[in-house]
Write a protein that binds this ligand. Structure first.
Ligand code: HEM
Length: 487
């Protein structure tokens, strides 16, 4: 009886929770202990921080404060401006800095390094492209790319323009004030849903949108799958989205068979009917995971850039005026209601230079990850096989050697040949560079063209801070006051 009492007391919820946390932490602890056993190696300088947690909280804190570059810069100054070691998200990690670091990582894919994403990303995006390496990644990238290359995107320009026009009519027109970040999300998410899976039913989009928010919050998090954690909520949201996609696929297969759907109408149809270069069709799981990946990778990044561009234009009326002039020139000669043509996009040079300069100063993504495939030497230090490696946009984007007066906004940096190779990397680089760069360019240009033509605006909080969570976003949503233009 006494014994029974003790066992019952021990099995209280907090005790069970502690036990579970301990069990889940064992792999991290083992990794941490192993990592510290490198006494004879000339590892890059730096600190591995606290057991298990490493320097993750400091890294995330800097992001939440809107200054992720400080985490990197302080360590570059303290240890070595080329490379330093740290420990993030349960992994010992070596941070490669500046354009030289980017060049090394981007040029050595599948030789000394290969792409790697934190456990949270891999567990959430399962069999999608981001978890593939080598030949498998090459064929999957090629397959997805044939939907996302400029030639293919030409076919979707009219749809993008239509979605942007409707969005502005529904959510901007007639309003005095707009909260930009959540509003632009509707455009980016609607567009991704429409072009990737023809999800146009407003009720379904409305249902999926908050699930995506939960999913996104957990993408870069500690992969501890316990109720109450961000990761747990993200896993549940991903499962719910997968179930919806399963139903959509089931219906699509029938529609394709009965010719009610076209094989080129969206990414989903395309993946169902197209094999990769080795003749293999993706499995249903792979199709679902890749659509989930593109929905994830494709809408928050672009909305972050659009929101930042709106802030910069609000702060710099002379830049806004120049953008407006270019866009009105494009609209001139068009009949009312005539949609944008591919040639129009090529004429939006100044607007794209402005967006590029915004991404230099305020990159939406802080960087990404690789893994060492062999022991090798970099900057005189040993990089051990299996260690995780990272690069950051901020360490080269603000380097005065490549961008004189680096904090000053100057869109002309992107004229002509543009920045020195590897110094500017908002989309990463090398064989694993962002797959959606062209899609994003189109999405941003089409949206900004439509907004600038219709409105002038003022920032209601002029110096609102932007923070990373995990993408760059305004801390208060970016409130603006609109003045419609009579054109
Ligand atoms: C302004 C918007 C965007 C930015 C700044 C951005 C940035 C990035 C970055 C930094 C990476 C990692 C690259 C590397 O490790 O070298 C990446 C990967 C990726 N992005 Fe984007 N992205 C954007 C929009 C998009 C869009 C619209 C899509 C899809 C339609 C997309 C799909 C992907 C995919 C699939 C990958 C993984 C590629 C691979 O592993 O091979 N991205 N992106």
């Amino acid at each position: 009886m006494g014994m029974d009492m003790e066992v019952t007391e021990l099995l209280t919820f907090p005790a069970l929770l502690a036990l579970l946390v301990f069990v889940l932490s064992v792999p991290f602890i083992t990794k941490f202990v192993k990592t510290r056993k490198h006494p004879n190696l000339n590892l890059p300088p730096g600190s591995l921080g606290w057991p298990v947690i490493g320097e993750t909280f400091e890294f995330l804190r800097r992001g939440y404060e809107g200054e992720p570059e400080l985490f990197i810069r302080e360590r570059m100054e303290k240890y070595d401006s080329r490379v330093f070691k740290t420990s993030l998200l349960g992994e010992p990690m070596i941070m490669f800095c500046g354009a030289a670091g980017n060049k090394f990582l981007f040029s050595n894919e599948n030789k000394d390094v290969q792409v790697w994403w934190p456990t949270s990303v891999r567990k959430l995006l399962r069999s999608s492209l981001v978890t593939k390496v080598g030949y498998e990644a090459k064929t999957m990238r090629k397959l997805l790319m044939s939907f996302l290359n400029p030639e293919a995107l030409k076919n979707y320009l009219a749809k993008m323009d239509t979605v942007a026009c409707c969005h502005i009519t529904n959510h901007w027109q007639g309003k005095e004030d707009v909260l930009v970040y959540p509003t632009v999300k509707l455009y980016a998410f609607e567009l991704a849903c429409c072009l990737f899976a023809s999800i146009e039913d407003a009720i379904l989009v409305f249902k999926l949108s908050p699930q995506f928010d939960e999913f996104l919050k957990g993408v870069i998090s500690f992969p501890i799958n316990l109720p109450g954690t961000r990761f747990h909520r993200a896993m549940k949201a991903a499962d719910a989205i997968r179930e919806e996609l399963k139903l959509i696929i089931k219906k699509r297969r029938v529609d394709l068979e009965e010719k009610r759907a076209s094989p080129t109408q969206d990414l989903l149809s395309y993946l169902l009917v197209t094999s990769d270069s080795s003749g293999r069709f993706l499995t249903e799981k792979e199709i679902i995971d890749n659509i989930l990946l593109l929905l994830f990778a494709g809408h928050d990044t672009s909305r972050s850039v659009i929101t930042s561009v709106i802030q910069y234009l609000g702060r710099m009326p002379h830049v806004y005026e120049q953008v407006l002039e270019e866009q009105l020139e494009i609209s001139k000669g068009k009949e009312a209601g005539q949609l944008l043509q591919w040639e129009d996009i090529q004429k939006m040079k100044y607007l794209w230079n402005v967006a590029s300069e915004v991404m230099r100063l305020s990159p939406p993504v802080t960087g990404s990850y690789r893994e060492a495939l062999n022991n090798f030497t970099y900057a005189g230090y040993t990089i051990p096989k299996g260690w995780k490696l990272s690069w950051s946009t901020s360490s080269s984007h603000k380097d005065p050697a490549f961008f004189p007066d680096p904090d000053h906004f100057d869109a002309s940096r992107f004229e002509g040949a543009g920045p020195t190779p590897f110094s500017y990397a908002p989309f990463g680089g090398g064989p694993r560079m962002c797959l959606g760069q062209e899609f994003a360019r189109l999405e941003i240009l089409v949206f900004m063209h439509n907004i600038v033509k219709r409105f002038k605006w003022w920032l209601l909080i002029p110096n609102e801070k932007f923070l990373h969570d995990p993408m760059l976003k305004p801390s208060k949503g970016l409130s603006i006051r609109l003045q419609p233009l009579q054109i």
